[in-house]
Design a protein around this ligand. Structure first.
Ligand code: ASP
Length: 414
């Protein structure tokens, strides 16, 4: 997709978000009647995820040429993920301690929300078992991406060691990857309509169920806290982009299509195809794009980590449970883990919050206080999640060694 087309699509998507919001607001029933259109777009995006993630990771790893370089790109990536996630949690904790949104809030009816109740005993080790799964087909069927990424990494590494016959397979996956990216570009033309419908239908639903403003107003300070903290973190990532990745505003402009799609879909996995395409179009080293973005989509969730910290403190304040510094350190660790464990799907963060609440002894019923506005905050944190991955690809891309040993990759260089 040329830059001119990309710009037109961006304007069309932005218009879609605004028109969708207006329609959902003023004519909720009409907005809701478009739900099928949004769902269709979302389903098509999801259709691409499994083959795309497998081919992208495999061809990204094999393009490193020498598998020993995996250590470097892996180290850089994991380092970036951990540092930015911790920064996000700390920002969340500072803002929530300053604003104190939970003090004086009326408590709910004391029931544990349904989606959380079944996961009530989730702990940190559960996250480990999300990475390794006995059955890849089952994992793919459930769009459980981490096991697929791990397997693609291992298979890619092995293929580079078996000579000529491995090279054929690598070339096969390179071809799949290229073709998948073509499909993404085609689908991008539908994004404005899809996102318009998704926003109209969701806002329409909120308007019909008691009204959006009433929903948000009931926990207004919580919403303000989360949005302020997310904005601060967004700017921190922008500074990292400027000073560590050595890029400018153009990168943000180039990624806006993905960020708006994240807002529209509330799912970083569904957005991943667009994130890959946008980063690649901005000229990020293809090896970094294919390695960092799939992995980041599933494990690097800055916005979710920040949200979990804010939400846990909000519940503590609402229930009058004092949490000192030592508890807040536990929140930093568990919110990071909970964000890693959250899948890139709508409102996944609400469920993994159980890990944080259990760790500091807060009542799971507290999650009930957040339910009504979670869908709304989810959209903002998903955009920050995607922004974190995109900045990560730019950072890692800058510090990869220049050597390109793989001729198949040459055509890819922008
Ligand atoms: N919806 C988020 C995502 O897909 C996850 C979450 O925080 O609920 O990135």
């Amino acid at each position: 997709m040329g830059h001119k087309h990309a710009k037109i699509i961006l304007y069309a998507i932005a218009t879609g978000v605004v028109l969708g919001a207006l329609l959902g607001w003023f004519s909720p029933a009409a907005g809701m009647s478009l739900k099928w259109m949004g769902d269709l777009f979302l389903t098509m995006l999801k259709m691409l995820i499994v083959p795309l993630i497998f081919a992208a990771v495999l061809s990204g790893v094999t393009a490193l040429g020498d598998i020993r370089k995996l250590g470097r790109i892996g180290g850089l990536t994991v380092g970036y993920f951990l540092v930015t996630t911790c920064i996000a949690v700390v920002i969340g904790l500072i803002v929530v301690n300053v604003i104190q949104p939970g003090v004086g809030i009326a408590l709910g009816d004391g029931t544990i929300p349904e989606q959380v109740a079944s996961k009530a005993d989730m702990g940190p080790t559960d996250i480990l078992f999300q990475i390794v799964q006995p059955n890849l087909v089952d994992a793919a069927a459930k769009t459980n991406l981490l096991p697929l990424i791990l397997f693609a990494l291992l298979l890619g590494a092995a293929l580079t060691t078996v000579g000529r016959r491995g090279a054929h397979v690598i070339e096969f996956f390179d071809g799949i990857n290229e073709a998948m990216m073509k499909l993404v570009v085609w689908l991008m033309y539908l994004a404005p309509l899809g996102i318009f419908a998704l926003v109209a239908a969701r806002l329409g639903t909120a308007q019909l169920h008691g009204g959006f403003l009433a929903e948000v107003g009931a926990v207004g300070l919580h919403v303000l806290t989360v949005l302020s903290a997310l904005s601060i973190h967004f700017v921190v990532l922008l500074l990292i982009l400027f000073f560590v990745a050595g890029r400018g505003w153009r990168y943000l402009a180039g990624l806006l299509r993905a960020l708006l799609t994240a807002f529209g879909t509330a799912s970083s996995s569904a957005t991943m195809p667009l994130t890959l395409e946008c980063a690649r179009q901005e000229g990020v080293d293809p090896r970094a794009v294919r390695f960092v973005i799939p992995l980041g989509t599933t494990v690097n969730m800055n916005g979710t980590a920040l949200y979990e910290a804010c939400a846990a403190m909000f519940i503590a304040q609402a229930y009058g449970v004092p949490l000192g510094l030592e508890h807040q350190v536990i929140i930093v660790i568990t919110a990071t883990l909970a964000a890693i464990g959250a899948a890139g799907i709508p409102e996944a963060g609400l469920v993994t919050m159980v890990i944080v609440l259990n760790a500091v002894g807060l009542p799971l019923e507290g999650i009930g206080l957040l339910l009504t506005v979670d869908w709304f905050l989810d959209r903002f944190r998903t955009s920050v999640n995607v922004w974190g991955d995109a900045v990560g690809a730019a950072v890692v891309g800058r510090y990869l060694p220049d050597v390109v040993d793989d001729p198949a990759l040459e055509g890819d260089k922008l």
